[in-house]
Design a binder for this molecule. Structure first.
Ligand code: ZN
Length: 94
């Protein structure tokens, strides 16, 4: 059980990092576009779309139960931490 809780904490930290980096990238893109560093808005749109797809992909791949590999759904979007896997019921948080 300890192993699952530890693995879950690692996955959660990874997703948080990706979200922070993605947020910064999107922020820079929007700012660069606003200041005219990126000339075409199509480039900015492509960059934003790519960041969004990457974030969705990473979230979908990593946001899984370490025990049964079931998708944990939208639990992370709220401030509530999922304490148990909705699929197999394993304890995820100490
Ligand atoms: Zn599970």
């Amino acid at each position: 059980m300890k192993k699952i809780i530890a693995e879950f904490a690692i996955r959660r930290a990874k997703i948080t990092r990706v979200a922070v980096v993605g947020g910064i990238l999107v922020g820079i893109t929007v700012l660069a576009q606003y200041e005219g560093t990126i000339k075409s808005s199509a480039t900015a749109l492509i960059l934003l779309t790519l960041s969004f797809i990457l974030a969705a992909f990473v979230g979908f791949k990593l946001w899984r139960c370490p025990s049964c590999n079931g998708y944990l759904g939208k639990l992370y979007l709220g401030l509530d931490q999922p304490k148990f896997c909705p699929n197999c019921g394993v304890k995820l948080v100490e």
